[in-house]
Design a protein around this ligand. Sequence first.
Ligand SMILES: N[C@@H](CCC(=O)N[C@@H](CS)C(=O)NCC(=O)O)C(=O)O
Length: 213
Amino acid sequence: MGLKLYTFPPSPRSFKVLWAANQLGIDYEFELVDFSKQAQKAPEFLALNPNGRAPVLEHDGYVLWESNAIVEYLASLKPQSGAMPSDVRAQNAVRKWLYWDSAHWDPACAIFAFERVVKPLFGLGETNEAEIARGMQLFQNVGAVLEGELKKHRYVAGETLTVADLAIGSALSIAERARFPTESFRNILRWQADLTSLPSWKKTVAMQQMPSA
Ligand SMILES: N[C@@H](CCC(=O)N[C@@H](CS)C(=O)NCC(=O)O)C(=O)O
């Protein structure tokens, strides 16, 4: 059966797991969860993820949801990549960024994603400027934390690329349309240029076009 990734590639959390698999060189089968057809709410998909959300991983009958758990699992299949260190303290120094992503970075980015990308894509109405203002405030706070870290080292958790970069950086896959307020964060922009120049990033960006093809 092998490893399957159920995703809707234009969404950043789906991009995250596809990018991780591409970066780690993991073979997978791609399964489109077509949001335009509400496939994420179909009974067969809900049987995999009762949240009715993508992404989902299935590996020889083992099912996993939550994008950061999936990225960690993918990294565990390629321990030699160093994407997740083996030492417990180093591991947690990386893992804390996965929690931070879920608790702080992703919710800030999600406001811009919903207002500027999801709404136009699915015809869900006008941008709510009050929400954008709330997003600006949140983003200034989380952006400053990330900027401070990236000032100290090349990647989020040190000098090498880890799952922390894959988890947090994936939001930037919609940076152009979402217009995250990154202009004053020089080190985030430098890191973004670094990530987006990776062959794995380019390969995953090409996959974002698939549903409308
Ligand atoms: N915390 C979850 C969030 C998953 C999530 O919200 N996915 C969105 C797309 S980015 C989704 O499936 N939305 C469809 C819906 O809510 O109907 C993760 O990181 O996997």
